[in-house]
Design a protein around this ligand. Structure first.
Ligand code: FES
Length: 278
């Protein structure tokens, strides 16, 4: 599917644009469009090293940076899956290793984006781990809609989010976006990779003139690795009333030490990815 197909003109997405809230949040997303991408990611270890990634912005608390975005696509039947970079063998430090890396939306997208908090040792993060890459509902969904509609292991479908323009759960403002919690590349693996996916009009609007978002989101869906970059807890979008104390009712909130993230502000981060263990 070409990038143009992801947001076809006939989608009518412009009519989804909200007023003040959308405009404020869009300013955050849109500002990323001018960032120059440095594709020269260095990898001194087994796929580790200085890494530049797109992430949902860290807006407060002790977390050092945002959580890495997972580029996604929707298949011909309407199921949502993450994009995994193409795998190739390269020579690093005299050794041959596998890397998963590709050009996407004017950036270099690499599996190194997810190599922190021990995830670098997970089976699903190994470049050649075989997976269909679909996002699946986890064992204990955080949202009532998901508990009612999905069983563990079910794939997410566009229709699951059809009321995303109105959805709310009493936390923060309704209509900002409809979320789900799930897993990725964890079928038959011993470690589970936690993800969040949200469908929002704000993402649709922001993607209109942003090369990266055009390539990494579709029909308003955005996803990220749901591991707090502070001490690796699993945060949540609109999952707890206590987020209000930290002005995060409409953001992603980590209960461990009150870090907050804005899923509608995608920014670039530079960090040292941990090498994968053998
Ligand atoms: S704020 Fe410390 S683990 Fe999230």
């Amino acid at each position: 599917m070409s990038e143009d197909d992801k947001y076809p003109e006939e989608s009518g997405r412009r009519r989804f644009v909200k007023g003040v809230v959308g405009g404020a949040a869009l300013a955050g997303v849109g500002a990323t469009g001018s960032v120059v991408v440095n594709s020269a990611t260095t990898s001194p270890g087994k796929g580790g090293g200085a890494t530049q990634a797109w992430a949902i912005e860290n807006t407060g608390g002790p977390a050092p940076r945002g959580m890495p975005q997972i580029p996604l696509e929707i298949d011909s039947e309407g199921y949502i899956r993450g994009i995994w970079p193409s795998v190739e063998t390269v020579t690093q430090g005299g050794r041959q290793i596998q890397v998963a890396e590709m050009d996407l939306g004017g950036s270099t997208y690499s599996s190194e984006w997810f190599q922190y908090c021990g995830v670098e040792g997970y089976q699903g993060i190994q470049p050649s781990y075989e997976s269909d890459n679909y996002f699946r509902s986890g064992s204990s969904p955080a949202y009532t809609w998901q508990q009612n509609a999905k069983s563990q292991g079910d794939r997410f479908h566009v229709d699951d989010f059809s009321n995303y323009e109105e959805w709310g759960n009493g936390i923060g403002q309704a209509g900002l976006g409809k979320p789900a919690t799930g897993t990725w590349r964890s079928q038959d693996a011993s470690d589970v990779i936690p993800i969040q996916v949200v469908r929002s009009t704000q993402v649709e609007e922001a993607a209109q003139d942003d090369e990266w978002l055009q390539a990494s989101t579709q029909e308003g869906f955005i996803a990220w690795l749901n591991k707090c970059t502070h001490f690796c807890c699993v945060p949540g979008y609109k999952q707890t009333e206590s987020a209000a104390k930290f002005d995060a009712s409409n953001e992603v909130y980590c209960q461990c030490h009150q870090s907050t993230y804005d899923p509608y502000s995608v920014v670039q981060t530079l960090f040292t990815a941990r090498p994968r263990p053998d």
